[in-house]
Design a protein around this ligand. Structure first.
Ligand code: SAH
Length: 213
């Protein structure tokens, strides 16, 4: 089938260009990306670029999803928290590794969350979706082995997300302002976080007003 060929070709392209694990590549290969983009974008689903998903949002380019999933370094059964469900594509890739029932994803824009839920049901991913401000975390799945943000966080990773991630756990996030962010990986320690810097990236900014306190 044409979509499968396009997907295999995409995976080969990512494999040539990025240093990501076989397991991550297998997860990308397993998820039907065309099911996660609007119908009029389907022929662009397997290009290695972001795709608009409505409401001013985009699903990241596949190589960026691959890099972020690889940095999370998760295993089957790990609990994972996502800020920004969007189309649900990134969460589905993570679900291929950890199992959908272990993925907790919060989306700010209600219609995007509803569409993602419908998609997860139809495609058989048991990912948990909540509408709200992902900066608050989600106690239901905590403590998390890993967490990630799919929108740029100008003020850094929110404390509640760090608190809901277990010591030794990993957080991947684009940190910085509107004109670009640093993709960082935090490792939560007993008394704070260790920070590694990766690529310069360009994500849509996190939504919601400034928060108190
Ligand atoms: N992971 C998504 C990427 C979508 S883009 C995918 O695979 O398609 C980033 C998403 O973050 C958008 O859907 C946006 O609405 C959402 N977002 C922005 N600010 C948020 C917040 N404070 N809480 C939860 N989601 C947020």
């Amino acid at each position: 089938m044409a979509y499968e060929e396009a997907r295999d070709e995409l995976v080969r392209r990512i494999e040539r260009r990025e240093d990501v694990s076989e397991r991550t590549l297998d997860a990308i290969r397993a998820v039907p990306r065309h099911e996660f983009v609007p119908e009029d974008q389907r022929d662009r689903a397997y290009g290695d670029h972001p795709v608009p998903i409505g409401h001013g949002q985009t699903v990241s380019a596949p190589h960026m999803v691959a890099i972020m999933v690889d940095l999370l370094a998760v295993d089957e059964g790990d609990h994972v928290y996502e800020v920004g469900t969007g189309s649900g594509y990134h969460a589905a890739v993570v679900a291929e590794i950890v199992g959908g029932e272990n993925v907790y994803s919060v989306e700010y824009v209600e219609p995007l969350a509803e569409d993602a839920r419908e998609r997860f049901d139809r495609l058989g991913y048991d990912v948990h979706v909540r509408v709200g401000d992902g900066r608050e975390g989600w106690a239901a799945g905590a403590p998390y082995d890993a967490a990630y943000l799919t929108c740029g966080a100008p003020e850094g990773v929110p404390d509640s997300i760090i608190e809901q991630t277990r010591p030794g756990g990993t957080i991947v996030a684009p940190v910085g302002g509107r004109v670009g962010q640093d993709l960082v990986r935090l490792t939560v320690t007993a008394d704070g976080v260790e920070r590694e810097q990766h690529a310069r990236v360009q994500f849509v900014p996190i939504q919601g007003g400034p928060r108190d306190g």
